[in-house]
Design a protein around this ligand. Sequence first.
Ligand code: SIN
Ligand code: FE2
Length: 217
Amino acid sequence: MTMSLFDLPGIAESWQEPLAPGAVILRGFATPDETALLSALQAVIAMAPFRNMITPGGFRMSVAMTNCGSLGWITDSTGYRYDAIDPLTGRQWPQMPELFLRLAVNAAAQAGFTGFVPDACLINRYEPGARLSLHQDKNERDFNQPIVSVSLGIPAVFLFGGLSRADKPARIPLMHGDVVVWGGPARFRYHGILPLKEDYHPLVGEQRINLTFRKAG
Ligand code: SIN
Ligand code: FE2
């Protein structure tokens, strides 16, 4: 019998791609859990549906969002913040599924951030045309903690810029199963998503789901 590297489960499917000091892409890291992740996601959105939030400037976001975990990120006419209560349902956000937590902790550790325990998972749904303009993540309390971002579904182009809005961002294709981790010297890098192109993914359909884990409180 001949064995190649690609016969070894858990090794060939996932590899690391350095992005910048403090930032790395774990290609395919979430793929082994894809089915369980998507069914846990269904349970979350049954309790806290996707909605298009309004920015402080009065614009309706093209990305639909919801959250799970003890804190959720929200925006409305009064600003951006984390809140324990979903303003749409008046109830707490759904608990973070065990699998979500485990995936985020393991991805952070792979990237060198041991001890990361997220309390917030922002769930973004991009349909074709949806985009996320360049921004920094800075509503969290402890900036020593990284951001862990999981891509599922159709591909997207991730913009990964510098510490200044004017720095020209790199354009990085993100595919189903990819996980990006950024922290330390990369924690305040500007990032965003280009308008999504139409495509189809056999498990997720004509959309991209992004799970962004943070230690918010
Ligand atoms: C985010 O910055 O919150 C999401 C990035 C992504 O969708 O990959
Ligand atoms: Fe972000």
